[in-house]
Design a protein around this ligand. Sequence first.
Ligand code: HEC
Length: 176
Amino acid sequence: MRCSAALAAFVVLAGAAAAEPQRLGFGRPATPQEPGAADIDVRADGAGLPPGQGSVEQGAALFASTCAACHGERGEKPLIPALRLTGGRGTLATPGAVQTVGSYWPYATTLFDYIRRAMPFNAPESLTPDQVYAVTAYLLRLNGIVPDGTVLDAGTLPRVQMPNRNGFVGVYAPSH
Ligand code: HEC
């Protein structure tokens, strides 16, 4: 009995596959805006950075209210050591390597990308572009990479030189 029920189901399914319906009765076409809203990646060279701007000082206030609970005040004394965001310059090749924004990240642009899509950890994609520019500027200031008063936008952010920019090696042979 069981067997024949399963066989019947198979026959029905096989029949459905053969008919190839044009519409399955659910879903809808994407609106023209929807693919654009999901397209938030920012490349290393800054392609994809949105309009907007934010300063070190604006970022300091936002970091205190939105990030410090996990990453520690000024990114120094986090909940767990892996969440430290400052310091560690020059330690990567030592047994006590401390990996942070300042010691490890090769591009400021991809720092923006990461924060925009993933932080705060409990509410990803909740920050506006202005807020992401601001908190990125603050993290770069904490790491001694930009001075007080810096305002970052799509023009200035790609020009920031990260200390570990040349600390990476390509693992694939050039294709040409
Ligand atoms: C609820 C806790 C929490 C909050 C709040 C939070 N983060 Fe994070 N953050 C994390 C965790 C957990 C990771 C590691 C995630 C992973 O590796 O997948 C992380 C990773 C990061 C990293 C990457 C660190 C590295 O070097 O790999 C950055 C940068 C960062 N957070 C910035 C921020 C900023 C800016 C804010 C505030 C807008 C924020 N975070 C708020 C928990 C938090």
